[in-house]
Design a protein around this ligand. Structure first.
Ligand SMILES: C[S@@+](CC[C@H](N)C(=O)[O-])C[C@H]1O[C@@H](n2cnc3c(N)ncnc32)[C@H](O)[C@@H]1O
Length: 269
């Protein structure tokens, strides 16, 4: 299962670069400072940003004076990151087989990458391997749909008007690491100590009631796959229900959806 899912995610992330940046850039960047704090990123820290995408976290770490490398398995994402931040080193590579020797970094981070991996446990072991002793690993994922309105609305509308059981390559549960105990258990199992978990408030500010549907349809991978496999009639119903639900979050013409993140971190012993 994992190679079909990896291929599905890989193809997806090769094709949504500009769309991701437009739809999610102002949202996922809200977790950056707490994420960098969780690994003690500062001047001179050798930091690896896994699943760097357009390089948001890498750029913020470089601003703190860290010596940064960004890695991503999507060649167009790496090209975009390089173009936006020419002074930072970015390279292609897979989170579950990092192209670095052991103990290369003081800090390793992954912002909203873990939930896209076919082998997240292997990726955690790899993060541990490339860290020096005493180095910290931190990652963020979305909180559960009951708290993240964007996912709550979407995952409510699909079964109401369409079908959640369409054929998609089977991958790990999307909200696995939204569970705090699961973060702790997985970090300890990967060889880390002193795991810590907290919630980071974030708000998705969208310009129209239709923006949520458009973002999910054009700028995601797994959720977009789910939407692509619905009938046109179902899709119409899903879109309408998502717009109506988004309207409940309107404040002065902006649709403000709560989208908190879970931030987990731990130390390499
Ligand atoms: C949701 S985006 C997060 C981007 C960025 N970190 C941010 O803060 O917005 C997930 C990123 O992880 C990358 N990715 C997914 N699976 C990967 C893997 N197995 N190895 C390396 N990168 C991966 C994708 O190409 C994509 O750029």
């Amino acid at each position: 299962m994992s190679s079909a899912f990896r291929d599905f995610e890989h193809a997806g992330w090769e094709s949504v670069v500009a769309e991701y940046d437009n739809a999610f850039g102002r949202l996922t960047t809200q977790a950056i400072e707490p994420l960098l704090d969780s690994v003690g990123a500062g001047h001179g820290t050798r930091l690896l940003d896994i699943g760097t995408g357009p390089g948001y976290v890498a750029a913020a770490a470089a601003k703190r004076g860290a010596i940064v490398t960004g890695v991503d398995f999507s060649a167009p994402m790496v090209a975009e990151a390089k173009q936006k931040h020419p002074a930072i080193e970015f390279r292609e590579g897979d989170a579950d087989a990092l192209p670095f020797p052991e103990a290369s970094f003081d800090a390793v981070v992954m912002n909203f990458g873990m939930l896209h991996l076919a082998r997240p446990d292997q990726a955690m072991s790899e993060a541990c391997r490339v860290l020096r002793v005493g180095g910290r690993f931190g990652f963020t994922v979305w909180a559960k749909p009951v708290e993240t309105a964007g996912f709550g609305i979407t995952l409510g509308a699909i079964p109401a008007h369409g079908d959640m059981n369409v054929a998609l390559p089977e991958g790990p549960p999307f909200f696995r690491f939204s569970d705090w105990d699961e973060c702790v258990r997985s970090l300890l199992q990967a060889g880390f100590v002193d795991p810590q978990v907290k919630k980071i408030p974030q708000t998705w500010r969208l310009s129209s009631p239709d923006s949520l549907f458009e973002a999910m349809q054009t700028a995601t991978v797994r959720t977009a796959g789910l939407l692509r496999r619905q009938t046109p009639q179902a899709l119409k119903g899903i879109r309408g229900m998502m717009a109506n639900a988004s309207r409940l979050y309107e404040k002065n013409g902006v649709f403000e959806l709560p989208m908190p993140a879970i931030l987990a971190s731990a130390v390499k012993p």
